[in-house]
Design a protein around this ligand. Structure first.
Ligand code: WT7
Length: 653
């Protein structure tokens, strides 16, 4: 028996939930396992609008899968048009800008804006099968751009606004994007994040890009390249006409293209174990079905909820649970542009109170940062509208969980700790809040249709309470379909580590109650503030600097952000001021990848610990930054003195 505290959902919540009680959950899970075709077929038919029904539910040719084969649908239609008959005037987004400006956007408004922008894209010659890069702040035009692309079958790739021009360029080139959709800038901590400037710098050497379409948010001065860059607007005072020049306005109606269920909806780049980010491809029908259903299973979404996911749309959380899931489910959401501490640490709680948020979905890093500021901030706002809380992105430590439960949820709101990945498209392991009792720190049980297991590297299950590799046994509807342009890497990375199962890259254990506990990554991927960063990507950035000979990067435990980036660097010959160079290298990484990847620490060393075959032993470096000592097998180490010096360096700091 486990000793962890267990929190059962209260009877009022259970009574009203979409899924009530453990028996109901278990029945769903068992049915999905035993009869996946019937199970998913019924859900897709009930929850989704299809222009043409599929011929079969899925087709599995490992490692490639198709869902709802032969079906015709459209994401944008499901998120907008189908709600208009009954919910045209329902609020889709309560939007709040960081400076305090607000917008209320109904489903009818959103539909009109999306149609206008789709008409602009169409009139400018962009069409089904083209690719668009979207690099925008958290303004309503960001979901508008995504939905307009989806409406026409233009595959989009949203690049988080915190990525640099360099990172943007790599994505534009890999995707072969025909159009870049951006804005002048956005507000973050009262400063402007200049996006258009980064686009100008990023798209040199990108011959695929024909046009740059620019929304205005900050109104600051930007350069516009004649014949390439065009201003666009989709609100009431829209400026750009369909053709962009003749002064007539883009039409308010644009039919959604009937797309194949497997039409590529979007590519989202994420860090892998090499220096090159992976373009994770999600397609239409299966993804749509899964994100819609998990809105009900995990968030228990109801017509009168006011739902707030605080993520940035540039990450998968925002794709699935700010844009596609909530809109397909017809929900009312809050969307906030800026930082939680602007103008002060009460900002989030004032937003909860102002819009009467009933569901809040955020990250452990944000929770820990808010804990540090003290309870007076949440306590001075009315949080009584909240009924459900969520966590995502990284393991939540029990202390943060308890605070969230007590101070924010007032011991009344269930907490759903949701484990999933960019690759999984939707939530995989999480409690159904009206059914599954929670334990702080555990994602609890899998969703129906998800069959996780914990195994060793030979593929054998490890047994209760043993640490092992978390894998998924069968394909699910929102599973990534491939890595854009690199099916071999897809097959190898996800299905080739242990034959026949999806390899998550996470370590985990399962307790005697069947609850899953995620322990963190087993590969060279770090998790900083719930953002995925590759050690190799940062190392490649560092060795591009003229002073750097070698670099090794590891995640170091951090009280607030979970992990922090710690870099070990050896230098080329020369005279360097370590302090100055440390500052410069931190800036350098921010420039190469983005400010969110800025290292916390740069340590200079004469050498790095290597095996006799010349491989850097990151495991030792991880131990050095975690415990300042080294244990385990070091027999393959070339020079033990290197390690001793590195380990003692900390004490001299
Ligand atoms: C990695 C995926 C899922 C959207 C945001 C991150 C870690 C994610 C949890 C959780 C423990 C978690 C895993 C995973 N992770 N959620 N609830 N508990 N760890 O998406 O950038 O693709 O990162 O984040 O290590 O593999 P991502």
């Amino acid at each position: 028996m486990s000793q962890e505290p267990v929190y059962a959902p209260n009877s009022d919540f259970v009574a009203k939930a979409h899924v009530s009680g453990m028996d109901a959950y278990r029945a769903l899970w068992e049915r999905a396992k035993d009869h996946p075709e019937d199970f998913w077929g019924e859900i897709a038919e009930k929850e989704i609008h299809w222009f043409e029904k599929w011929s079969h539910v899925f087709e599995w040719n490992p490692p490639f899968v198709k869902w709802f084969v032969g079906g015709k649908t459209n994401m944008s239609y499901n998120c907008l048009d189908r709600h208009l008959a009954e919910n045209a005037n329902k609020v889709a987004f309560h939007w709040e800008g960081e400076p305090g400006d607000t917008r209320t956007v109904t489903y009818a408004d959103l539909h009109r804006m999306v149609c206008r922008f789709a008409n602009v894209l169409k009139a400018r010659g962009f069409k089904t099968g083209d690719r668009a890069i979207i690099y925008m702040p958290m303004i309503v035009e960001l979901p508008v751009a995504m939905l307009a692309c989806a409406r026409l079958g233009i595959t989009h790739s949203v690049v988080f606004g915190g990525f640099s021009a360099e990172a943007l360029k790599a994505r534009v080139q890999d995707l072969g994007a025909a159009v870049v959709i951006t804005a002048d800038g956005g507000w973050r901590r009262a400063k402007e994040v200049k996006l258009k400037g980064a686009v100008d710098e990023g798209i040199v050497d990108c011959p695929s890009v024909k046009e740059v379409l620019v929304f205005q948010r900050t109104g600051s001065a930007i350069d516009m390249v004649a014949g390439r860059d065009f201003f666009v607007r989709v609100d009431e005072s829209q400026r750009l006409a369909e053709g962009g020049i003749d002064g007539t306005l883009a039409g308010d109606e644009c039919p959604a293209v009937e797309l194949d269920s497997e039409h590529p909806l979007y590519v989202l780049y994420t860090s892998g174990t090499t220096g090159k980010p992976k373009g994770i491809l999600h397609t239409t029908g299966g993804y749509l079905t899964y994100v819609t259903m998990t809105m009900k299973w995990v968030f228990d979404i109801k017509p009168d909820d006011v739902y707030w996911c605080s993520a940035d749309i540039g990450w998968v959380t925002g794709h699935s649970y700010i844009v596609y899931g909530p809109l397909s489910a017809g929900a009312t959401s809050i969307m906030y542009e800026g930082a939680p501490d602007t103008p002060d640490f009460g900002r989030w709680w004032s937003i909860v109170a102002k819009y009467k948020a009933s569901i809040l979905y955020t990250s452990p890093t944000a929770i820990r940062a808010l804990i540090r500021q003290g309870d007076q901030w949440p306590n001075s706002h009315d949080l009584s509208s909240l009924r459900l809380l969520g966590s995502v992105g990284e393991p939540i430590n029990p202390a943060a969980w308890e605070w969230y439960h007590r101070v924010i949820g007032k011991e009344r709101c269930p907490i759903v700790d949701t484990w999933w990945q960019t690759e999984t498209g939707g939530i995989m392991i999480a409690p159904m809040p009206g059914a599954v009792p929670t334990k702080p720190g555990s994602g609890t049980l899998p969703m129906p249709g998800i069959i996780p297991e914990i195994i060793d590297l030979s593929g054998n299950p490890v047994g209760d309470d043993r640490e092992g590799f978390l894998v998924i046994r069968r394909p699910w509807p929102s599973m990534l379909r491939t890595i854009w342009g690199d099916p071999d890497r897809y097959a190898d990375q996800y299905w080739g580590k242990v034959q026949g199962v999806y390899f998550t890259g996470d370590a985990a254990r399962r307790d005697k109650d069947g609850y899953f506990w995620i322990l963190g990554r087993v590969d060279d991927v770090m998790n900083v503030s719930g953002h995925r960063l590759s050690t190799m990507e940062i190392e490649s950035a560092l060795v591009k600097h003229p002073a750097v000979a070698e670099a090794a990067v590891v995640g170091k435990p951090h009280e607030i952000t979970g992990q922090a980036v710690c870099c070990f660097v050896t230098l080329k010959k020369g005279d360097y001021d370590h302090h100055e160079l440390g500052i410069e290298l931190r800036k350098w990484v921010a420039h190469e990848i983005g400010p969110f990847a800025r290292p916390e620490e740069i340590r200079f060393s004469e050498a790095l610990p290597k095996t006799r075959s010349g491989k850097i032993m990151r495991r030792l470096l991880r131990e050095i930054v975690t415990s300042h000592t080294v244990s385990g097998d070091v027999t393959t180490l070339e020079d033990m003195n290197v390690v001793t010096r590195l380990a003692s360096q900390h004490d001299e700091d």
